[in-house]
Write a protein that binds this ligand. Structure first.
Ligand SMILES: Nc1ncnc2c1ncn2[C@@H]1O[C@H](COP(=O)(O)OP(=O)(O)OP(=O)(O)O)[C@@H](O)[C@H]1O
Length: 623
């Protein structure tokens, strides 16, 4: 007999029991029938015919059974099963010589889970669902406020709430509840609740420190708060916000923080998840990657800006950094001991030196010229931003927090610009050169512009874009340069177009920059990934550069001296302290081979893995 026949037989014999098995059969059969019908092209007559099909009749019968069951709600046979079982136990125990069956029944009835089951049965049978509340006092004083008693079980972790005192009334209030802390997780204490008692001690008139002492008496165990709940709770402003810290912050050094223990320290470059911005002054945030469930207090943007202005502890990056200067770097004037064994450097020497490295057009002399220009200009006062700073770096960098979002480059999108940054002599150029050499089909530098005349062997668009001074100035006016400068009477610069050209060709553009150019490359279009090349510890620096040669302001290729190492280290310290918040990756340039491998890995990550990037790159902001 098939399943379907069985079901139909059941329908034809209405007196047979519709047991669980039968019901399952009916439902299985119905599903089967429906599946078949769906696959068939059924016309109207067939649908009508199927209305008297046995499976449909079975289904109707099931429906009717369910309806009957719902209308006759089941009533308990008795509502004192636990009492009955107790009586039974007493009776069995008093039997003089009881049978094995009676002993077994005694054992069964004594089992705690059976007793619990019978008790639950009685509770349901007696519909005894409400808690027993103490009787209401007949006469309640009208002005008495409704209080709530809150018991929290503490296990060494902090309570996760701060308190404040109303100076006029002396009343103690919960100032804020820390996101993810004990009080927050309990859901019973809220900012604005008035604390009346702690562990039975009335707290009105106490100093907040005294209240804390009462709470801290018990490091562990139950703490009982009697509170008058706030009537209108603040709506928590919990929009998801991720920021990168552009300044260091230490609650221990901040006398204005409401509760230093609840504060969270952070360093430049840390990514923070702001979980609560309800308070205008003190936000709550977690440091990513998030290891703790509990948030900490951090100053809001406005408050931190104010603190920075007051310059208490942090020295934010002063954004007068565009190297938009056309001041000519004069010939050497400063005193410096000349090493006779070395070749004195001039631009020509640098350029032929570069040409010796490789015939690659990426390795033109611009970099040396540019670096020399930069080095020399570093000793002079930094120019300030021109009125129309091309990259609005002033506004972007003066904020102590930069909003960031997680971004992963789509394979079809242009590559991110790879920028290398580091103290002069650390090996930025070496690493950049090696990267391009590894795979020139993938990596390429941008062709710079210059106002100087081409040499015999040079071709415009290969070594440089050779342009007139006027055109160069015009490009400066139109903010076309990521950075530019003047060296020995000629202008040099890297334009956005040159970088764009490389990116549009599908290659990865690799560029070395000075810190001053950071704002110019951190833009939506280029999405620069900044790799900082850091010197290794002093001994390793000396060891690895034993046979290497440095090119200084004056000489090409002379062996490294102790002063060079000191200069590199000093410059590294300055760059790190001012700009570390912009580093996406740090490579310690110890063994050259290792550094190259690290660089390839970093470049792959930059292009293929999600990274935190400024939110303004992804969506326009109002700032
Ligand atoms: N890890 C390393 N081990 C040994 N030598 C290195 C290492 N990195 C770089 N060098 C060598 O150090 C010298 C200086 O490197 P490089 O010219 O790349 O410096 P730089 O950071 O570009 O500075 P600058 O812009 O002033 O030229 C070069 O001779 C280079 O080969």
């Amino acid at each position: 007999m098939t399943m379907r026949q069985a079901v139909e037989a059941q329908v034809l014999n209405p007196h047979s029991e519709l047991g669980e098995h039968g019901l399952r059969q009916i439902l299985t059969d119905v599903i089967e029938e429906v599946r078949k019908s769906v696959n068939q092209d059924i016309d109207g007559a067939e649908i009508l015919h199927s209305l008297k099909a046995p499976w449909l009749l079975s289904l109707i019968k099931v429906y009717e059974c369910l309806q009957t069951f719902l209308s006759d709600s089941p009533a308990p046979a008795l509502d004192y099963a636990s009492g009955l079982s107790l009586q039974l136990l007493i009776d069995i125990r008093s039997l003089p010589g009881c049978s094995e069956e009676a002993k077994e029944l005694y054992r069964l009835l004594r089992q705690p889970h059976l007793q619990a089951l019978l008790s639950a049965h009685d509770t349901v049978a007696q519909k005894d669902y409400e808690p027993v509340l103490p009787p209401m006092p007949d006469e309640l004083p009208e002005e008495e406020e409704a209080t709530r008693t809150v018991c929290l079980v503490k296990n060494k972790q902090p309570l996760g709430a701060t308190i404040k005192r109303n100076e006029n009334t002396g009343e103690i209030f919960i100032a804020r509840v820390i996101h993810g802390g004990l009080a927050d997780r309990s859901g019973l204490l809220h900012a604005g609740d008035r604390i009346v008692e702690v562990n039975g001690f009335p707290v009105d008139g106490m100093e907040p420190e005294q209240v804390i002492q009462v709470v801290q008496v018990r490091a562990q165990g139950t703490i009982v708060f009697k509170v008058v709940p706030i009537t209108e709770r603040q709506v928590h402003n919990q929009t998801m916000l991720y920021v990168r810290a552009m300044a260091d912050y230490s609650p221990e050094q901040d006398p204005s923080i409401p509760c230093a223990d609840a504060g969270m320290s952070f360093k430049k470059g840390d990514v923070l998840e702001v979980v609560d911005q309800t308070d205008a002054l003190w936000w709550q945030a977690k440091k990513l990657p998030d290891n703790s469930s509990c948030a900490g207090l951090i100053p809001s943007t406005n408050l931190l800006k104010r603190k920075q202005r007051e310059s208490w502890w942090s020295q934010p990056y002063q954004p007068n950094t565009c190297i938009h200067t056309l001041s000519t770097v004069e010939e050497e004037e400063d005193m410096m001991a000349i090493d006779d064994k070395c070749v004195e450097a001039d631009e020509e020497a640098f350029e032929s030196e570069e040409d010796d490295f490789s015939s690659s057009t990426d390795l033109v002399g611009f970099r040396r010229s540019m670096r020399l220009f930069r080095r020399r200009s570093h000793s002079t006062a930094q120019p300030s931003c021109p009125p129309r700073c091309p990259n609005s770096c002033c506004s972007a960098l003066s904020s102590p927090y930069e909003e960031v979002v997680r971004y992963q480059r789509h394979p079809q999108d242009a590559h991110r610009l790879i920028t290398l940054l580091g103290p002069s002599g650390v090996g930025v150029n070496e690493l950049r050169r090696r990267l391009i050499e590894i795979n020139p089909k993938i990596f390429q530098g941008a062709v710079p512009h210059t106002s100087r005349a081409p040499r015999e062997y040079e071709e415009s668009g290969r070594e440089y874009h050779f342009i007139s001074r006027e055109i160069f100035y015009n490009m400066i006016q139109n903010n076309r340069f990521l950075e530019y400068g003047e060296y020995k009477g000629s202008l040099y610069g890297t334009s956005v177009e040159s970088v764009r050209e490389v990116l549009n060709s599908g290659k990865i553009c690799v560029m070395d920059i000075e810190p001053n150019a950071i704002p110019a490359v951190r833009i939506h279009e280029l999405k620069a990934y900044i790799i900082y090349v850091k010197p290794p510890p002093h001994e390793r620096l000396k060891e690895t550069r034993r046979v290497a040669h440095i090119t200084t302001n004056y000489y090409v290729n002379r062996p490294f001296k102790d002063e060079d190492f000191q200069e590199i280290e000093e410059s590294a310290r300055k760059i790190e302290s001012q700009f570390c918040q912009f580093f996406d990756h740090v490579i310690v340039n110890d063994e050259l081979q290792d550094s190259c491998v690290q660089m390839l890995t970093a470049v792959r990550k930059a292009q293929d893995e999600p990274q935190w990037v400024p939110a303004s790159w992804i969506r326009p902001t109002n700032t």
